[in-house]
Design a protein around this ligand. Structure first.
Ligand code: ZN
Length: 276
């Protein structure tokens, strides 16, 4: 299936980290003015706030609250650290429920002091420990596979295949996958694994941005859609063909764009979104 440019904004969601310097209130107001329809809230933007009231305020701006970002970071060589991670993820469930966010995106974690296999088994164990509480609170958990350049400390889940294996092994309708083009675009098995994910009912979220070449920072040099080399439209076609009909979430960490006027940046996001 080939899809054309998106053009309309009905499924445009933005992650609050994308407009880093804006408070949650500023983001809500400015996103509404720009025609954005969804918001994914990073947890630091909730600090010091009444979370339920913040959720109501965002919804009053006409924004669907797509996800809370982020939980995870389960693996560690220290059992004490692993236990702390569970507590923090339970707290994230409380926050997501209060905010009215449907899911928590999991940056699963890794510890360079142990093998990736051990880290992956600790991730699965961590998710299974948090899951009953998430189910009780009506919150879903989305495993986000990260690019292998982050396999040392950020995630031992690096491909859609590994995320599929884990979600299927857990086998809960409250555990699925967040597919982010930045992390996955290079994978020769991506089309097949996205279809597998959809067929199993595990495709929960779709994140977009672009891979700038040359990349000058491993974390904070993501590009606007169209600035880099990711075939976003092709991947979106696979995602839609796999049955996904949720938001397209723009998630850009960029020192370059953060240094510019954020209103101009938001206009550029909307423009590049329409064409991608
Ligand atoms: Zn993402």
């Amino acid at each position: 299936m080939s899809v054309g440019p998106i053009q309309d904004l009905s499924k445009l969601c933005i992650h609050t980290i994308t407009t880093k310097s804006w408070s949650l209130e500023e983001a809500g107001e400015n996103y509404e003015k720009a025609g954005v329809k969804g918001i994914s809230v990073w947890r630091q933007y909730l600090e010091g706030r009444n979370i339920a009231a913040s959720g109501d305020r965002l919804r009053a701006h006409g924004l669907g609250i797509v996800s809370l970002v982020r939980g995870g970071f389960f693996p560690s060589i220290s059992s004490e650290t692993r236990k702390k991670a569970i507590d923090d993820n339970l707290k994230a469930v409380d926050e997501a429920a209060a905010l009215g966010a449907e899911m928590i995106v999991l940056v699963c974690g890794a510890d360079p002091g142990q093998s990736l296999e051990v880290s992956r088994s600790q991730i699965q164990e961590g998710i299974e420990k948090v899951l009953p509480y998430a189910i009780d609170n009506g919150v879903k958990l989305a495993i986000e596979p990260l690019h292998p350049m982050y396999a040392d400390t950020r995630s031992a889940v690096n491909t859609m295949e590994q995320a599929n294996d884990m979600a299927e092994a857990i086998g809960s309708d409250h555990v699925g996958i967040a597919a982010d083009v930045y992390h996955l675009w290079w994978d020769p098995h991506l089309e097949k694994e996205i279809k597998r994910c959809g067929a199993n009912g595990n495709l929960m979220a779709f994140h977009i941005c672009d891979w700038v070449s040359p990349t000058v920072d491993m974390l904070n040099d993501r590009g606007l859609m169209g600035e880099g080399c990711i075939p976003i439209q092709k991947i979106r076609g696979w995602v839609e063909e796999a049955g996904f009909s949720g938001y397209n979430e723009v998630e850009i960490f960029s020192d370059r764009h953060w240094a510019t006027d954020q209103h101009d940046f938001l206009n550029k996001i909307v423009k590049s979104y329409k064409g991608c």
